[in-house]
Design a protein around this ligand. Structure first.
Ligand SMILES: [Zn+2]
Length: 414
């Protein structure tokens, strides 16, 4: 009886599997081989007398056909193999993203500024709570020091071709910008002593509140540190300068600001500086050049570096436009140097700038004009068109200078 039930059960399974095979065949009518295989299997199965053997045979065939369903057809295998071979033999540049590189005129120009290579030697003698003294006679008062934002790292660019790379990060002050405070000029006379001291103290409080400069030299020639050299003072605004190596943008960060309590006299070659101020100018310049290895060519006046970006003009500020005593301060006549804004950035200067400055700056302006004209001729461009390309380059470099946080990048590089 049990045997009979097993036989019936096996027969029912055989019928089910045969039916499934036939239905599967119908679903895959588009495939030619399975279409003819199902009747053939049924025929072969009918010749197996043992029901268990017949069931085994049909199950085996069902599994084999299910596996065969997922096999790629032979033409597809051949095609895939051919494609793999093709990828292996084609050289990489052909399949890389070969976008055309934009062609730009070669704007590279070597700045006509020599490396001095010689620095004064000045060392500190004494440091007290409120002042410091140095080997060249300099005394720096620290009573008005105000902490400000740390300088951190700043980005500079190769002066010859500022677009050639993303820039280099520096941390030490690279130059000095000389300013006038545009203060009222009281008579420098013993009878005015009290008033002179009061005005000086008020000025010191004002520049301290605004973190206007790193140093202020009052009319008595006293040098006051206002913002530590490790911090940023807001003395230069939009500005640019270049030496034989680098183009500097944002001199608030990269240069030190040294101000003199005096007023610029437009068109005059001499400032109303006292003898004491001129003496301190030399001592302070020597100390800063010695301590930070500052090139003589990087000691310049605000008029030489100040930018008016809205009008693409040199000289938003024009203090010390022609009256800084470079020689007395132990420096070469840096008014003879071409302002970077003119020959590297494509800026111009107008008649208002000429009136606000003076004859001594003319040599540097003339040199910058001739550099622009000769380079434009070499490129077959008008000076105006050439300046336009320089200004476009300036905008690109300025965006790089302002992008990201140089402090973070320096930390990452270290
Ligand atoms: Zn200034």
């Amino acid at each position: 009886m049990a045997w009979l039930q097993i036989t019936r059960s096996v027969r029912a399974s055989v019928r089910k599997i045969t039916k499934a095979l036939v239905q599967g065949r119908d679903r895959r009518r588009t495939l030619s081989r399975p279409q003819c295989r199902a009747p053939f299997l049924e025929l072969r199965a009918s010749h197996i007398s043992d029901p268990l053997e017949r069931l085994k045979f049909l199950r085996y065939q069902q599994v084999a056909r299910a596996r065969a369903r997922w096999r790629l057809p032979r033409p597809a295998i051949v095609l895939a193999s051919a494609l793999l071979c093709l990828v292996a033999v084609i050289p990489f540049p052909i399949i890389s993203d070969a976008r055309p590189t934009p062609i730009r005129p070669n704007l590279a120009m070597r700045p006509p500024i020599e490396e001095s290579g010689a620095f004064p030697q000045v060392w500190p003698i004494e440091k007290a709570a409120d002042h410091e003294t140095f080997s060249n006679g300099l005394r720096v008062e620290n009573r008005y020091v105000a902490e400000a934002k740390p300088r951190g790292a700043f980005r500079v660019f190769p002066a010859e071709d500022p677009q050639a790379q993303m820039g280099t990060l520096l941390t030490a002050p690279a130059g000095i910008v000389f300013h006038t405070t545009e203060s009222d000029e009281l008579p420098f006379d013993p009878s005015e002593n009290r008033t002179l001291q009061r005005v000086s103290a008020e000025l010191l409080s004002f520049v301290r509140r605004h973190r206007s400069y790193h140093f202020l030299i009052d009319r008595f020639g006293r040098a006051f540190r206002i913002v530590p050299e490790s911090d940023v003072a807001f003395h230069a605004g939009e500005s640019a300068w270049a030496d034989h190596r680098y183009l500097y943008l944002d001199l608030n960060r990269s240069f030190l600001g040294v101000a003199f309590e005096t007023r610029t006299r437009p068109g005059e070659d001499t400032a109303g500086l006292t003898a004491a101020q001129i003496g301190t100018a030399r001592e302070l310049t020597e100390m800063l050049r010695s301590r930070y290895r500052i090139e003589a060519a990087d000691c310049v006046t605000h008029a030489q570096v100040s930018l008016n970006p809205g009008h693409e003009l040199l000289g938003w500020h024009t203090d010390f436009g022609a009256s800084f005593p470079f020689t007395a301060a132990g420096l070469p006549d840096n008014y003879a140097l071409p302002p970077a804004a003119l020959y590297l950035l494509g800026f111009r200067y107008d008649s208002a700038f000429r009136q606000a400055t003076g004859p001594r700056i003319e040599k540097g302006l003339t040199m910058a004009d001739s550099l622009v004209e000769s380079k434009a001729t070499a490129l077959g461009l008008s000076p105006g068109r050439y300046r336009g390309l320089l200004r476009r380059r300036y905008r690109d470099v300025l965006a790089r200078e302002r992008a990201g946080s140089p402090i973070e990048e320096l930390q990452n590089e270290n």
